[in-house]
Design a protein around this ligand. Structure first.
Ligand code: SF4
Length: 348
């Protein structure tokens, strides 16, 4: 059961109130470099990023942002720290949402300026609090980090509400998975603004994917979260892939066929792991949400993968293609992937 929240729009993408949980990521090119940022935006779009955030530190990057806005239909989010005037320029340049931390944008007058500009263009603002930006007052209190983060987010919301702005999306992230979970649980009970969830600075591709999957998986399974970003020290294309896998694993959204692959054991008579990898790569180009199995032996394979729609069970130099656990054709090892894909395409 999803937590109830207000519905907001970032460009055409709905967030909150039961809208599909959207996938966002962030460019990591120099945002003053038009060509490389545009190239990265198109790569991110091609793998399924639904919202793309760009950090804008200065006027020059806002000029580039304005040009980028004319080149993509994917909503672009401007990420601004410290300088309210840059946030206002980014809004005027066409940002579909801005992310600020009211704690570092320069007090109530500055927040008020940013909110007025956002209200004029009818775009939401994300209040993005994280463990590194908690005020000294809160940090000095002898309370758990999750409580500090929650209070910090509530203080920021209060600042925005006091200037009359309510189109707010909220995030409050920490590196600690438990800290993050407790923070979002508390926020989901006390506010009805949409929640952007994520584990901040979660690590490299492997460790960050695991931390994010654990943290976001728990939150999503409790119905918490309206949009998400997986933050990885890696090419942001991976952030989109991992986010999709998290949502698909929980059966919240379906993007591609799912691969069931046996872990292999001494019964396996082919080099199965590269075959499974190759099939997984090919499946990313297919949108039908089938379950596809690649199993290492024909004795146990079809039975173990009986929940699969389509699969292959390898034997010595040969493999048996099966549909819903029933064998349909024997193929040579060299043709495993092609024959499996042909069967999938026929089913599409
Ligand atoms: S499907 Fe066969 S090879 Fe794979 S783990 Fe099971 S028994 Fe072993």
């Amino acid at each position: 059961m999803r937590s109830e929240s207000k519905r907001l729009y970032v460009g055409e993408v709905a967030i909150g109130d039961g809208a599909p949980i959207s996938i966002q990521t962030m460019t990591n090119t120099d945002s003053k470099d038009y060509e490389s940022t545009l190239k990265q935006i198109s790569e991110l779009e091609s793998v399924g990023a639904e919202l793309i955030r760009i950090s804008l530190p200065d006027e020059e990057s806002v000029k580039v942002f304005k040009k980028l806005k004319t080149k993509t239909s994917t909503p672009l989010i401007a990420d601004i720290h410290f300088r309210a005037e840059i946030a206002v320029l980014a809004i005027e340049a066409g940002a579909d949402k801005i992310r600020i931390n009211p704690g570092n944008i320069g007090g109530k007058d500055q927040v008020s300026k940013v909110a007025a500009a956002a209200a004029k263009r009818n775009i939401p603002i994300r209040i993005g609090v994280n463990a590194g930006s908690i005020s000294d007052d809160l940090r000095d209190q002898d309370i758990p980090l999750s409580k500090q983060l929650t209070l910090s987010a509530l203080e920021c919301i209060d600042v925005m509400e006091k200037v009359g702005f309510n189109d707010i999306i909220v995030s409050a992230k920490a590196f600690g998975v438990q800290d993050t979970i407790e923070t979002y649980r508390a926020l989901s009970k006390s506010i009805d603004y949409p929640l952007h969830i994520g584990i901040t600075e979660s690590g490299t591709l492997e460790s960050g994917s695991v931390r994010s999957s654990v943290g976001l998986g728990i939150l999503l399974s409790e119905g918490i979260g309206d949009t998400l970003r997986v933050s990885l020290s890696a090419d942001p294309v991976h952030e989109v892939h991992v986010a999709k896998q998290i949502l698909q694993s929980l059966e919240i959204r379906k993007f591609h066929p799912e691969l069931i692959a046996c872990p292999t054991c001494s019964r396996c008579e082919v080099d199965l792991i590269p075959i499974a990898r190759q099939v997984e790569k090919e499946l990313k180009n297919i949108s039908d949400p089938l379950k596809v199995a690649v199993m290492g032996c024909s004795v146990n394979g079809p039975g173990e993968a009986r929940l699969a729609d389509i699969g292959i069970a390898a034997g010595r130099g040969k493999g048996v293609l099966f549909i819903k656990g029933k064998p349909v054709k024997t193929v040579d090892e060299a043709d495993f992937v092609d024959e499996l894909l042909k069967l999938i395409e026929r089913d599409e």
